[in-house]
Design a protein around this ligand. Structure first.
Ligand code: FES
Ligand code: FE
Length: 426
């Protein structure tokens, strides 16, 4: 029997116990949980929409999904970014049906109302003839969507009184600065999209604290010599910050895997501690709550270690299904040869056809299937998230948040699910 919302919430609070390392399986597949997440998390927090470099020219636009609803993001002729609900204010047709493009006006495919990319309704076919002087076009502008940017990342929210984006990101900005603010980053090509039969939380959770799996799930990559060794994934730190965000910082690394010509710029844009960390970085893997995961990883291409930077959105499209969107980003000021090798590294590893990506999605799919059963005891299945509970945080870690002395810990997931539960209760 399906539980009511109230029963589900009560049951959640009894069974989700992040501080004890106990997470129940049913939260990955339960339809009521899925609905509650949509309402209490995805309709309330900041969700990634894209990157500013995807709208680098005046009149560029994108259509993206914000918690299941289509929005148009425009860079208008005044250079400003704006976002609108992708719905014509006449009778509700989806105004723009393309993924991206460049134009100053949008014409509705239903009756031809014409809107500027700043939102104003500027043209109505046969207006005087059919409406006389009764129509006030100034009252029919597109509905605005709240957006904010940080280091090129564009976030949107449906919350009409949101916490400021920078407060929501909080201490995690220190880590985002290294990934997206070390130099001007640009997205290469359109994002790739693919469907995975997995609950979205498995992706977020995997990136926020699961470095442990890399030894086994991705063991073949070490065997191929593309990454240093089978235990490559343990050394470094695991960090989590407020609001469920967290990351894993693999280090040390003797080889500098970033563009040499940008070192001075890195130094100028980062603090000494951040630059030091980047110089020693082997990889950085993390999640911005709820569903944006970020990654800087190093791969050997033609005997040379080279970094690639990607981000991915685990977009829920059902309790047991998500659409993954992945973006590849590169240092705008790098040489063409460096950019090409970095792209090759991305394609080999974390693109939809990449070795890592394919390894991971197999696991995500099987976990979701096992959690989706209708056997009477499905609700009693639990996961063990106790790894690293015996350890104390590092005292002299240079970055903000709570850091643990290596990457093998589930502290980041316990922090993720703590915030998840707080929002579900809100
Ligand atoms: Fe768009 Fe009528 S619904 S013009
Ligand atoms: Fe993985």
């Amino acid at each position: 029997d399906e539980m009511t919302r109230e029963e589900t919430l009560q049951y959640l609070n009894e069974t989700v116990r992040p501080e004890e390392g106990v997470i129940p399986a049913y939260i990955l597949a339960d339809p009521t949980i899925y609905k509650l997440e949509h309402e209490k998390i995805f309709m309330k927090t900041w969700i990634l929409l894209g990157h500013e470099s995807e709208l680098s020219q005046k009149n560029d636009y994108l259509t993206r999904d914000l918690a299941g609803y289509s929005v148009i993001i425009t860079r208008s002729s005044d250079g400003e970014l704006r976002a609108f609900y992708n719905m014509c204010t006449h009778r509700g047709m989806k105004l723009c049906r393309a993924d991206k493009g460049n134009k100053a006006n949008f014409t509705c495919p239903y009756h031809g109302f014409n809107f500027k990319n700043t939102g104003e309704l500027i043209g109505v076919p046969l207006q005087n003839d059919i409406y006389g002087d009764k129509m006030d076009k100034s009252k029919m502008s597109l509905n605005k969507v709240t957006i904010a940017t940080y280091k090129g990342l564009i976030f949107g929210t449906w919350n009409d009184n949101p916490q400021p984006l920078e407060d929501f990101l909080g201490d995690y900005k220190w880590y985002l600065d290294m990934v997206f603010g070390r130099t001007e980053m640009e997205v290469v090509g359109p994002p790739q999209k693919f469907i995975v039969h997995s609950n979205w939380k498995i992706g977020s959770d995997n990136f926020v604290s699961d470095s442990y799996h890399t030894m086994v799930t991705h063991g073949s990559i070490a065997a191929l010599g593309m990454v240093p060794s089978a235990t490559y994934s343990k050394r470094g730190y695991q960090v989590h910050t407020n609001n469920g965000h967290g990351c894993n910082i693999g280090m040390p690394n003797p080889d500098f895997a970033f563009p040499e010509n940008l070192i001075d710029e890195y130094k100028a844009n980062l603090s000494a501690a951040q630059f030091e960390m980047m110089s020693n970085l082997k990889n950085l893997i993390g999640t911005v709550f709820p569903n944006l995961s970020i990654l800087v990883s190093h791969t050997k291409i033609k005997d040379q270690l080279i970094s690639n930077t990607t981000m991915r959105l685990w977009k829920p499209v059902g309790p047991d299904k998500m659409e993954v969107m992945t973006w590849f980003l590169v240092e705008k000021g790098a040489t063409e040869d460096w950019k090409e090798r970095s792209r090759e590294a991305y394609i080999l590893t974390f693109s939809p056809s990449g070795i890592f990506e394919q390894d991971d999605t197999e696991v995500f799919t099987d976990i979701t299937a096992a959690a989706s059963g209708t056997m009477p005891y499905t609700k009693q299945l639990t996961y063990n998230y106790t790894m690293g509970m015996h350890r104390e945080p590092v005292k002299d870690f240079p970055g903000p948040g709570v850091a643990y002395p290596d990457k093998f810990s589930e502290a980041g997931s316990r922090n993720f699910y703590r915030y998840w539960l707080d929002l579900m209760n809100s």
